[in-house]
Ligand binder design. Structure first.
Ligand SMILES: [Cu+2]
Length: 392
């Protein structure tokens, strides 16, 4: 406002140039009044104009910086300028629908529990390009099979032997939320080309996140280093489920649109929680084109982990109500909720949801924080093998 401070003095100066005496004094007072009113009006107009100019400048900066950001560009963060950040949320090639149809969806069906007293889990980390949406490529730090890592399913009380091999270019590690172990030993960094093994007993039932815990953790998680482990209570504790699916929710923060060449991680966007894509099991909308299935009246159990790194998942199934919810993945009957619409799964946490749907149809499952749906965190449960599709 400093450039406009001279404005209110103009009427005053004109009044002071008139004849002295009573009329002169009146003129000065009148001039002051006009000046004050004028100044007030000017300030109001000026504020509105500046606000519009600021918004315009931010839009202009965002447009002008299209595609100019290399991976891990910290300049916007260093400058503290959010005007540097551009969303690539709607990027899609012309043949996006064909790519989505040809995409092999991440297997959401809960795998069987390995037999015997020990579940041997072999995990391999690698640098690889993954697709996170139709035609959108991303240079991930991920697992042998991509991101998320494999779903691990064990029985409560089973020993779990983790062996992590680092085939990537930098140190990594693996932190299991289902474990009660000294993290400075079990979750320590593993150098490229090396392995680490540790064992824990899965005494706590639920669905838990696992992830790389190497600094900066935000970047290692956002780059794809996460997965889910289901620790199932002994038979008979939970109602028998006819279908069981595992969903891992996560966000992707892109340096470019990823269409011509793979996008990389953008730390500035991750810091302000401005994801370009949000997904279930690593790929936007994959269960819209390839729905999960159930028969009418079956009990369907969703084991949901929110890998984040930073945004909660508000789990909801359109067209029905969650019969039983185990918030935070606590499997105690006393902790369960019944007949609720939406339950939050926190970043770094889990939730288990039982639903029984009688009427055939297409039932979208979403994070009901709807920006998540628009950026890909949506799928369909096809009950009764009905035809057609639905995007929500
Ligand atoms: Cu890592």
């Amino acid at each position: 406002m400093s450039t406009t401070s001279h404005q209110p003095t103009l009427p005053v100066r004109r009044a002071q140039q008139s004849d002295p005496g009573m009329w002169g004094v009146a003129a000065v007072l009148l001039g002051l009044l006009v000046g004050i009113l004028g100044f007030t009006a000017f300030m109001m107009w000026s504020d509105a104009t500046n606000a519009r100019d600021d918004a315009h400048a931010a839009r202009l900066a965002a447009t002008q910086n299209a595609g100019s950001m290399p991976g891990m560009d910290m300049s916007a963060q260093a400058a503290g300028s959010l005007g540097q950040l551009q969303s690539f949320a709607d990027a899609a090639p012309a043949n996006a629908a064909a790519i989505a149809a040809a995409h092999k969806p991440y297997p959401a069906t809960l795998p069987a529990i390995p037999a015997g007293p020990v579940a041997n889990v072999n995990l391999a980390l690698t640098d690889r390009v993954v697709q996170i949406a139709p035609g959108v490529k991303y240079s991930a730090w991920a697992w042998a099979g991509g991101a998320p890592g494999p779903v691990i399913h064990v029985r409560q009380g089973q020993q779990v032997k983790i062996t992590l091999t680092n085939n990537g270019a930098i140190p990594h590690s693996v932190d299991f939320h289902a474990a009660r172990v000294a993290p400075d030993k079990a979750f320590r960094d593993v150098n490229p080309g090396e392995s680490i093994s540790y064992t824990f007993r899965a005494n706590d039932p639920g669905v838990f996140m696992y992830h790389c815990g190497t600094k900066p953790v935000l970047m290692h998680i956002a780059n794809g280093m996460y997965g889910a482990i289901v620790v199932e209570p002994p038979a008979g504790v939970l109602a028998h489920a006819d279908r069981e699916y595992v969903l891992v929710a996560s966000e992707w923060y892109l340096s470019s649109d990823g269409l011509d060449k793979p996008a990389q991680f953008n730390m500035a966007k991750a810091h302000v929680r401005m994801p370009d894509w949000m997904t279930f099991n690593g790929y936007a909308g994959q269960y819209v084109t390839h729905p999960l299935t159930a028969d009418p009246g079956q009990l369907v159990r969703f084991w949901v982990v929110d890998a984040g790194p930073s945004i909660d998942t508000d789990f909801h199934i359109v067209g029905t109500i969650l019969n039983t919810a185990y918030p935070f993945g606590s499997m105690r009957a006393a902790d369960a909720l019944h007949n609720v619409q939406t339950v939050t799964v926190p970043a770094g946490g889990g939730g288990v949801f039982d639903v029984r749907i009688d009427k055939p149809g297409l039932y979208p499952f979403v994070s009901h924080a709807f920006a998540a749906v628009d950026t890909g965190q949506v799928g369909l449960l096809n009950v009764g093998n009905v035809k057609g599709t639905m995007s929500h």
